[in-house]
Each structure stands twice: as structure tokens, then as C-alpha cells.
Write a protein that binds this ligand. Structure first.
Ligand code: DX5
Ligand code: ZN
Length: 233
């Protein structure tokens, strides 16, 4: 398949958080050649989350390497001022946490005003009621399966029923809203994440730490697709 065309059923989004930051451009090229559908770009501000990562300048720097969409995950508070900067820097998708916005509907509209897909991110303890009144405005729901802040954490199993619940809510809208899961996703839990209803999986340490990018991406995708198909069967 053309690497620039996202997989139609199960998208894999390697998180650069676990990449070699001294060679980010090469890392982006390598994971795309290995089958990445999106590049997941984690932005942390040492305020909304304890960690501190990268900003729009680094997004701009990887832009020419990213022949697939850049999926920006903003873990920053307040969030609105950074959105125009990431739009300018080449983001294709921008997702934010409702706790980081004073006016969630305004932030969604701000993202969409740049022609960018808008996503809302729910932490493990964030209730699904925050999707009320906004779900139909969204292009993507991002469910955290770890608490945000660090790569390499363990998948929180009790998020699985939440994935299923969001899948049902999305299906009820009849819209093509992506359901992305982020945190601790690995080949050995991807089947369960797929069978719960996810269609887009972020994987940081599971892709970058072993060094075998293609094998890691294919294993996650194959297992997640098996789960998704068992759900449909
Ligand atoms: C956590 C980040 C995740 C994380 C994923 O706050 O949003 O994207 O980097 O990394 P793994 O797959 O290692 O949990
Ligand atoms: Zn993330």
C-alpha cells in the first residue's frame, strides 16, 4: 500500500516521544517506511502535565519528513494560543484535553477554522459526559489508556469498557469520527483494544524501543485488526 495512504481500517500512529530526539527527521522517515499511518506528536508543558517536550518549532522541523498526517496531542493549559502556531507548523490533526480549555466548543471551532481535524482527549478518569453536545463536531476522540505525561507506562485495563462505550456513541452519530487509543498499547494488548472498538492506535515505546519498526507496527496492526473483525463477526 502507498505509505501516504492511511490504512482504511486500523491506523497506527507511532509516538515520537520514544524516538531518538537527536535524529527526529530520520526517525519520522523510518517509521513511515515501516508502515506508520500518522505521526503522533506529544506536546507537554510542565503545567498541565509534569513533563516538558516540544513545541511548534519542532513540528515545523519534521514537517518536510512527514509524508503522513501529523497528529498533534496537546497536553498544555491553556490551549488556545498554541493552536494557530501548530496550524502554521503543519499539524493535520490537533487534539486537546477538555480540562485545559475554558470553552471546549470554541477551542474545537478554532482548530477547525484552520482546516485541521479536531480531537478531544479523555483521560482515564474523565467522564464520557464531556462528549455531550460536542461529539458531532469532532473528527476524532482520543482515549487515554495511561495518565498523560510519560511514555512507557502500562496500559490501564479498565479503559477497555470505556473504548466500547465511545465506539457505540460514535456509531450512533453515523459519522466518520476516529476512535484513537493512546498509552501502553503493544502487540500483546492490541487485539483487546481493537475488539473494544478502536480504529487508531498510538504506540510509542512499543514501536521505537525494539528498533524493529516494521515488525512492531505490523504486529500491533495485525492483532488489532483481528480484534476489530471479531467484534464485527
Ligand atoms: C502519554 C502520551 C503518549 C505516549 C505513548 O502522555 O500521550 O502518546 O507517548 O507512549 P507509549 O506507547 O510508550 O505508552
Ligand atoms: Zn499522546
Amino acid at each position: 500500500m502507498n505509505p501516504a495512504m492511511p490504512h482504511p481500517e486500523m491506523r497506527i500512529a507511532p509516538s515520537l516521544l520514544s524516538a531518538d530526539f537527536a535524529r527526529l527527521g530520520e526517525e519520522v522517515t523510518a517509521v513511515i517506511e515501516a508502515g506508520a499511518d500518522l505521526i503522533h506528536f506529544d506536546v507537554m508543558d510542565n503545567h498541565y502535565v509534569p513533563n516538558l517536550t516540544v513545541g511548534p518549532l519542532v513540528c515545523q522541523a519534521i514537517r518536510s519528513y512527514a509524508t503522513v498526517p501529523i497528529d498533534v496531542h496537546l497536553m498544555v493549559k491553556p490551549v488556545d494560543a498554541l493552536i494557530p502556531m501548530f496550524a502554521q507548523a503543519g499539524a493535520s490533526i490537533i487534539s486537546f484535553h477538555p480540562e485545559a480549555s475554558e470553552h471546549v466548543d470554541c477551542t474545537i471551532q478554532l482548530i477547525k477554522s484552520f482546516g485541521i481535524k479536531a480531537g478531544l482527549v479523555l483521560n482515564p478518569a474523565t467522564p464520557l459526559s464531556c462528549l455531550d453536545h460536542v461529539l458531532e463536531q469532532l473528527d476524532l476522540v482520543l482515549l487515554m489508556s495511561v495518565n498523560p505525561g510519560y511514555g512507557g507506562q502500562s496500559f490501564i485495563e479498565h479503559v477497555l469498557p470505556k473504548i466500547d462505550a465511545v465506539r457505540k456513541r460514535i456509531d450512533a452519530t453515523g459519522r466518520d469520527i476516529w476512535l484513537e487509543v493512546d498509552g501502553g498499547v503493544k502487540a500483546d494488548n492490541a487485539q483487546r483494544v481493537g475488539s473494544a472498538g478502536a480504529d487508531t492506535l498510538v504506540a510509542g515505546s512499543a514501536v521505537f524501543s525494539g528498533g524493529r519498526y516494521r515488525e512492531s507496527i505490523e504486529a500491533i496492526r495485525t492483532n488489532a485488526l483481528a480484534g476489530l473483525r471479531s467484534r464485527r463477526a
